[in-house]
Ligand binder design. Sequence first.
Ligand code: CTP
Length: 402
Amino acid sequence: QLGEAASRLDCNAYVVGGFVRDLFLYRSNEDIDIVIEGNGIEFARTFARESGARIHTHEKFGTAVIIFPDGFKIDVASARMEYYQFPASLPVVEMSSIKMDMFRRDFTINTLAIQLNPGNFGRLIDFFSSQKDIKDKVLRVLHNMSFVEDPTRVFRALRFEQRFGFTIGKLTSSLIDNAVKMNFFKRLAGKRVYAELKLILKEENPAPTILRLLDYDLLRVIHPDLIIETDFKTLLDTAKKVTDWHDLLFIDETYERWAVHFMTLIRHCGLKATREICTHLTIAPRYAKMFGENRLSTEKQLSLLERRKRMTHADVYNLLKGFKTEMILYMMVCTTSRMAKKRISHYHTQLRNVTITISGKDLLKMDIKPGPIYSKILQAVLEAKLNGVLRTREDEFNFARE
Ligand code: CTP
């Protein structure tokens, strides 16, 4: 349908980028990017009208998003010759719009396009030996200025290298070395660094990419003296294990997995350094608080869970209640004490779900005079229940009466 609509508007439509790359890698990908040789916005508008979808447009960039009633989205971009401005050092060659569009991209593996117009439907376009590089499992930039144009591509290179188990080509690797040596990242806005970092932390296993950032001395882009201790690798691996453990047990629970990895990354940073990181990366106040004050406040809890030999279930509950899943998992990552780990996992799998059936209304029926005593009684009932003293509703009533 996309191709038919494009042909009617007398333009060419291609599905491009990650979606096509992932077809060749046998990986699923639901992000569909369409490039139109012509006016992408006009195409999106027409297509949306005909298929009952909405669109969002960015006139300035010639891009649009088609949003279907079920929430599915398709990104549309325009490939038009007049958009391209290249650094003076690049050769000026005659290129079709789609070829130009592909040439602007980061790595050869992202330059495949499949035409959608009827008549040419399914025609694979591979201008830059993308298929060969995918087959050889190698990441290459398209030209020597790639990281000058966009230094965030260095982060992308390491992310793709680890995600796909590819190697970085020799020339590309030396261009990365050069980018690091010349510190191309100096002029990179913190916001963009944060966006790249988040993408890394959202990978299935962020640890290897973070270690590669460390190899290239790129963690200093986050903060010049991000504290890396000898336990760094172990911590990152533990964060993966702990989050996997959680995700397996609580499939339906949503939390910000990447935030657990982020906190692990800044594990040894104090409040001052954390605040500097949050300011530099322009992290939203909600997260800045989580990464700073909230994260550091877990140290007190952790040391009690690690050192106190005797603790009731209610003690553990009272220590950990109020902490969000991200923080609970972060604590599990940080502790090396088996006892503390056990206590935290017991809290998270069981204690946090314990509730009592008795309420203030029931206390009123028992002729107990309302007042602060109510919350004390209810708290005592909950603690007794946590400690396994009360089993039935009747037990709760009897306990409250006493
Ligand atoms: N791109 C680029 N330079 C960047 C970022 C993106 O050239 N700094 C290009 C890539 O070629 C990519 C396309 O823009 O194919 C879309 O990028 P993105 O949305 O990040 O998609 P993917 O490459 O598919 O990445 P992911 O699989 O992580 O979604």
